[in-house]
Every structure is written in C-alpha cells, then in structure tokens.
Ligand binder design. Structure first.
Ligand code: GTR
Length: 415
C-alpha cells in the first residue's frame, strides 16, 4: 500500500492522467500536410461543380463516420404551439413569440422551446438561428419568456444551480445577441436552449433527442454536437412552415461548442443559406493537424460525449484523419460562411481557424467564387468578406456585439 502511495506521489499522472499542456508556440506547430479537398479518394481530380457533388458526398461521409457521427434522418412528427406572444416587442419594432415544438417519434416526445423575434416589415424576414448556452430568458429582460427546466450547466453568474436555470440569468445575454440591432436591420432572431436538444454531460446518450432513437450505438453514432446540429435542422423544418420567415434566408450561427454545431448543421443541411462560426475552435473551424491550443486528444478526453467514438482514434494521431477542418468549411460551398476568432482566444487557435477558410478556397473557386479574399490572416478588428468572411476581434473567447455587427454586415452583403 505504502509503495502504491509513493508511486502516486511521484507520478500523479498515474491517477489523474497526463496533464495537458497546450502548445501556443507557432514554431512548434508540426509540419503537416492537409488532404486536398479536390482529390477523390481514388486519386482522381475534382474539376467541376458536378465532380464536387460526388466529392462532397465522400467528404461528408468521412465527417460523419470519423468525427461527428451519423445523425438519423428525421421520420417523426413536429407539433408546434405558440406559448407566449408579444405583438409589440422592443418598443413596437418586433413581434416576439415563444413556440413549443414537440418532436414525436416512436412513442417518445421531446419538447423544444424556440424564441423568435421578427422585425415588422412588409416581406418575410431573413432569420439568424442559433442555440444559446443558458436559456432563452437570458436574451431579454422580458419577464414572460420561459425559464427552461432542462438540465443546465451550473453557473453562478446565470443563477444556474443544481443543474436548473433561474430568474437570475434573465437578460444577461441581451447584448451578446444584439437582438435590437438585428431587428433594426431587418433580421429576425430565432434561438433555443441547447440542453433541451441534448444535455451537455456524458449521459450515455439517454436524454434529449438521442432518446427518440433507440438504435444500438456504434463507433460512428452521433454525439452531442451531432444532436445539437440535428436539432437546428428540426427548427428549420418549423421555420419553413412560417409565412413571415424567408426560409431561403436562414443563417445558422453558433459560439464555441455551439459554433461547432452550427458548422455541422450547415454542412449536413444545405437549407441553411449562410453559416456563422464564432470562436468554434477544435472540432469546429480550427485545423486539427496544427496541434495549437486545444487538440483532438484533449477535446475527446474532456468531452467524450461530443463526438463519435471514432474521433478518439485520432487523439494524438491527427495525421491519420482522412479529412481536416478546411474540408468542413468547404462543405458550405458555394454558400457564404463566416469564421470569427478572438485574438486572445488562443485555445481555439485563431490562425488555424483562418487557415481552414483559406484552404477551402479551391472549392469556392470551382464555383467561380473567391472564398476567403485574403491570403494572410487579417489584422485584429479588420473583417474581410468574400463568400468566406473572417475577422479576428480584439479580446478573448465570447460572442460580442462587435461580432454580431459583422454578421449582419456579411448577411447584408450576400442577401
Ligand atoms: C471549452 C472547449 C472548447 C469550447 C468551449 C465552449 O471548454 O474546450 O472546445 O467549445 O469549451 O464551448 O465554451
């Protein structure tokens, strides 16, 4: 016994695992070679948009089997019920609804509560749809917005204790979502709490929308990121039924882990006409092979429920990946996609996020488009906007009014 204690004292890693020290030194980024997004597995070149359609299938398949897991096709029913409605929200400029969507399948049900702000304009409104971290009530002071009863991560600031949300969070994310600016500029905002789709802990995939499917799981089954992305598509199913929403102009947006989900939603569901990744980092916009900041190994150990089990095969083994994240960006082509970084958010590898966009360019060029308009990472607070938009904002990890402002500019440019 004493011998074991001594061993643990000398080698604490035996008990706690190896401590992860992120690399933040550009000179220590390994030499790496990325898969060419325009070469088929059999070595043939992709040389036309028609070829790309086939290569796109091949690429998407790898992201499904090796990274995010395969999400099921939806064959259930969605019931929609407006639970609260304000016809004169935001000083009369907007209509505000909260809609309960009940997903029914196989005798099971999951309820999702979607908060929707729409500008009062003549025509159907373009909408920016995104998942939120702490509940719909954090987006507004409006006391009638429901506080979610789904499992929530404990967070003192937002008054989330015992994995329950509370009034304390009301309105705390108002600035971040820039709802008022959206409305002033003619955009609607739709959002829902991500934990209603899948609670963010390693629950053996028994809760949230995973519970609608009782298939046996394998190494390529969908994880939490897959479930969050899949849920965005179910909200899209609903938005398509609304006369006051322009379903051809729905952008999908997400921050951080929800930025990963937004990208995956954009890749799997081409109904999203524009895709926005805010500080999505590893498993999002950042290149896995750079090994800068958060790595594949670290993310799989810290969040074993986020990805397909297969992804762990590439922990400390990124060169074996048949794809890299530039090809995830390429899956949006020729649709517009915006990648945003925070300069101090080194964990998310801002440069690696930029490079993903840049290396997706050949696919955009196949469509006669530019893609990312700059070859070098732009200076801080200098957004660039081709079909691929990019900025690295001053400051760290977060979705700030500055970021939202660029997204509205980007949507203006393309719509
Ligand atoms: C971190 C994680 C990142 C990022 C972030 C977030 O802990 O390592 O990949 O997703 O969480 O979602 O806030």
């Amino acid at each position: 016994m004493r011998f074991i204690c001594l061993l643990l004292l000398i080698f604490p890693s035996l008990l706690f695992g190896q401590e992860f020290i992120p690399n933040y030194d550009e000179s220590k980024v390994p030499d790496y070679q990325l898969p060419d997004p325009l070469v088929f597995e059999n070595g043939e070149k992709v040389s036309s948009p028609e070829d790309w359609e086939k290569k796109r299938v091949e690429t998407l398949r790898y992201f499904e089997t090796e990274v995010y897991g395969i999400s099921p096709a939806w064959d259930g029913e969605i019931k929609a019920e407006i639970i609260t409605e304000l016809l004169n929200a935001l000083g009369g400029k907007a209509e505000r609804r909260e809609v309960k969507l009940t997903l029914q399948r196989n005798g099971k049900e999951v309820d999702l509560y979607v908060l929707i702000y729409l500008p009062k304009i003549e025509q159907a409104a373009p909408v920016i749809l995104g998942l939120n971290f702490y509940g719909n009530h954090t987006l507004s002071d409006d006391p009638t917005i429901r506080v979610t009863d789904a499992w929530i991560r404990n967070n003192e600031t937002y008054g989330a204790t015992d994995h329950k949300a509370s009034e304390k969070g009301r309105g705390l994310r108002r600035e971040n979502w820039a709802v008022e600016e959206a409305i002033n500029r003619g955009y609607g905002i739709a959002t829902l709490y991500y934990g209603e789709l899948d609670p963010d802990f390693d629950d053996g995939f028994e809760n949230g929308v995973h519970a609608l499917y009782q298939e046996e799981r394998n190494e390529s089954s969908w994880g939490a990121v897959g479930a969050w992305a899949w849920g965005l598509s179910r909200v899209m199913d609903y938005l398509e039924t609304l006369d006051d929403v322009d379903a051809a102009k729905v952008a999908v947006l997400g921050h951080s882990r929800l930025g990963k989900a937004a990208l995956w939603a954009g890749a799997t569901d081409t109904r999203f006409a524009l895709v926005i990744s805010n500080n999505s980092g590893c498993g999002g916009a950042a290149l896995s092979r750079r090994n800068y900041g958060e790595t594949v190994g670290r993310i799989n150990r810290a969040f074993p429920h986020w990805f397909a089990k297969r992804f762990d095969h590439y922990s400390e083994n990124e060169t074996a990946l048949p794809i890299d994240q530039h090809q995830l960006i390429a899956l949006m082509a020729p649709r517009p996609v915006y990648i945003a970084s925070g300069v101090d958010d080194r964990w998310a590898d801002p440069k690696g996020e930029f490079l993903s966009g840049l290396y997706a360019n050949p696919v955009y060029q196949l469509f006669g488009k530019t893609g990312m308009p700059e070859n070098k990472q732009p200076a801080v607070d200098q957004p660039v906007m081709g079909e691929i938009g990019y900025h690295v904002r001053s400051g760290g990890h977060g979705m700030l009014p500055y970021d939202m402002h660029q997204y509205f500019n980007f949507a203006d440019k393309h719509w």
